[in-house]
Design a protein around this ligand. Structure first.
Ligand code: KG4
Ligand code: ZN
Length: 346
């Protein structure tokens, strides 16, 4: 049975995990750097890279020890090779290359977005291709048709901010600190989602994409007006963001139907209101709704190891070359049409 070591270091989580191809997470560890970045209100790339460099090797050793296996027992070593903060990605990828070389084990360079995209299959053995995926994280907001391992068709993306970024900026405006998404979700529970009139950018538009920059500016104006309480702003923001997401998904289902399952992945998939709205949406189209358990939504190494298992299972695949580069940008669907305002999030 294939056993894959996974390494994740593309943003502010250092993580290592061992996963089998029959979906068992044998061991995993994750260290967040929230405290190191909190004073700056966001992730500082150099601080992140230095923290990965300090923590990753002992973490890998601890994961192997916990599972009572050695590198020689692993069938492959999978590491995030992009997209992400390049310093951190290099720490993880170069570590994986060194371990692969030393143990004569295949290296698998994983696209972090592919890790998120396939993560729902780690938790749900019944989830088959194709599925319609909403991938919502701090850096990305996309709708994809996942047709198979390595086969991702991007149907929509954001023309400005990602959804997680909009949550983080709203948190900053409301003085909720970092990371922002969970804090906005918590405060929203105490507010009225109808209290603050906020825009729903691109809702009803004939193009399939997302836009959240105008919503964030409206949140800032609402706060500056002094007319609304923070909880009402948080709740109204979350409601507006969810309305945008469900509208864009309705368009995707209408224009690219035929998938039996609606799936969500990425950090924002941890949000209970988002999950609730998508559950209702899927039911209204007779689609199955699949969301990974919350710890698999935010960045982790089990999803990278699992993506490695999926790649390893592909016919003829024997590993990636040792000179494969770390990539700060790496679109999942390189053939996707560029969007208006291109140059932003691919
Ligand atoms: O996937 P992820 O851990 O890292 C990236 O690949 O970006 O996603 C992190 C993003 C952050 O913007 C964070 O604020 C958001 O996911 N997030 C949430 C929640 N938990 C994390 N957003 C809304 N509600 C949450 N509960
Ligand atoms: Zn991520």
């Amino acid at each position: 049975m294939a056993l894959v070591l996974g390494i994740e270091s593309s943003c502010d989580e250092t993580a290592a995990a061992l996963v089998t191809h029959d979906r068992r997470i044998v061991a995993q560890k994750i260290a967040s750097q929230d405290e190191a970045h909190a004073p700056y209100g966001g992730v500082v790339p150099e601080i992140a890279a230095r923290a990965h460099a300090e923590r990753l090797a002992p973490m890998i050793a601890a994961v192997l020890e916990e599972a009572d296996v050695s590198l020689a027992d692993c069938d492959a070593i999978a590491a995030t090779a992009g997209p992400g903060l390049i310093g951190g990605v290099m720490v993880g990828l170069v570590s994986a290359k060194a371990l692969a070389m030393a143990s004569d084990t295949p290296l698998i360079a994983i696209n972090h977005l592919e890790g998120h995209a396939l993560s729902p299959r780690l938790a749900d053995p019944e989830l088959e291709f194709p599925y319609l995926l909403l991938l919502v994280s701090g850096g990305h907001c996309q709708i994809l048709r996942v047709e198979g391992v390595g086969q991702y068709r991007r149907l929509a993306t954001t023309i400005d901010d990602a959804l997680g970024e909009a949550f983080d900026k709203t948190a900053k405006i409301l003085g909720l600190g970092f990371p922002g998404g969970p804090a906005v979700e918590k405060l929203a529970l105490e507010g009225d989602p109808q209290a603050v009139p906020l825009p729903r950018p691109l809702v009803g538009s004939g193009e399939p994409h997302f836009s959240f920059a105008g919503l964030k500016s409206a949140v800032l104006r609402a706060k500056d007006s002094g007319k609304y309480g923070d909880a009402d702003i948080a709740a109204s923001f979350q409601r507006a963001a969810i309305d945008c997401v469900t509208d864009r998904l309705r368009m995707a289902v209408r224009d690219h139907g035929g998938c039996p399952a609606l799936v969500v992945a990425g950090g924002v998939a941890a949000n209970a209101s988002v999950r609730g709205a998508l559950t209702d949406l899927a039911a209204s189209y007779d689609m199955r709704f699949v969301a990974p358990p919350v710890p698999l939504c935010t960045d982790n190494a089990a999803m990278i190891a699992w993506a490695g298992c999926e790649r390893l299972g592909q016919k003829g695949f024997a590993g990636d070359p040792l000179d494969i580069p770390a990539r700060p940008r790496w679109p999942l669907d390189p053939d996707a049409e560029p969007v208006r305002g291109a140059g932003v999030k691919a």
